[in-house]
Design a protein around this ligand. Structure first.
Ligand SMILES: O=c1ccn([C@@H]2O[C@H](COP(=O)(O)O)[C@@H](O)[C@H]2O)c(=O)[nH]1
Length: 235
């Protein structure tokens, strides 16, 4: 089965969403990522509507709060018909476990519990930022592995990381875990604000379970062509 390519729909209203979905020419079971921008504008009703239409939704709100708040937030998200959602691994094992428990508690009977993915180090974080702003003494790969181990122990289903870390993660954390990777830049695309990037072909080679791609598709002169090319390169 083809591995998912989540299209990150970082747009600020429903009209723009409709336009880009039309331009993608993608079927209604396409993998899409709804992030803060669209969620803060259009909210949970839009997410429910998209899920009802059949889209497989990665709702990327990166929860990071005390365990009780995250538990209750996750319980609400579980009712939207989404496929997966995120917490920040830096919130710690207790918080990650609370998120998972909230998702389980909130999922309607007979429905699938959304997968919980823990964001390790954001793909916009460089080695320099890790060392000098986060004051982390570990090299990037070790820090990501440490966060992924915490996430796995806390019952997350996988992590968000850069494709560059996936080979080492699979060795250290195992293959029974999801490695979902943004920071994807097909050759010739600008890195924008991403620091740890890879092409779709590299993500495939390193073993990403799924990739997340926004601007290289949504800002392309022909989004459908860009999307199809990325799917082909990754699979
Ligand atoms: O570490 C992370 C976690 C999440 N993201 C999200 O993925 C997309 C990437 O968009 P591009 O336009 O392809 O850069 C975006 O929605 C981020 O919020 C990430 O990039 N890195």
């Amino acid at each position: 089965m083809a591995k998912p390519v989540f299209v990150a729909l970082d747009l600020d209203n429903e009209e723009k969403l409709k336009q880009i979905l039309a331009k993608l020419g993608a079927p209604k079971d396409t993998y899409i990522k709804v992030g803060m921008e669209l969620f803060f504008n259009s909210g949970s009703n839009l997410v429910r509507k998209l899920a009802d239409q059949g889209y497989k939704i990665f709702l990327d709100l990166k929860m990071h709060d005390i365990p009780n708040t995250v538990y209750n937030g996750a319980k609400q998200l579980a009712q939207l018909g989404i496929t997966c959602t995120t917490v920040h691994a830096l919130g710690g094992g207790q918080m990650i476990k609370a998120a998972k428990d909230g998702l389980v508690a909130g999922t309607p009977t007979g429905k699938t519990v959304p997968k919980l993915l823990a964001v390790t180090e954001l793909t916009s974080i460089s080695d320099v930022i890790l060392k000098h702003e986060q004051n982390c003494s570990l090299p990037m790969n070790d820090q990501v592995i440490s966060l992924a181990k915490t996430a796995k122990k806390a019952n997350a289903d996988g992590v968000i990381c850069s494709p560059l870390e996936v080979k080492d993660l699979r060795k250290a954390v195992g293959d029974d875990f999801l490695y979902v990777t943004p920071g994807i830049r097909p050759q010739g695309n600008a890195n924008d604000d991403q620091a740890r990037t890879a092409t779709p072909a590299q993500a495939k080679e390193y073993g990403s379970s799924a990739i997340v791609v926004g601007r290289p598709i949504t800002l392309a002169s022909n989004p459908q062509e860009a999307y199809e090319a990325i799917k082909k390169e990754f699979n």
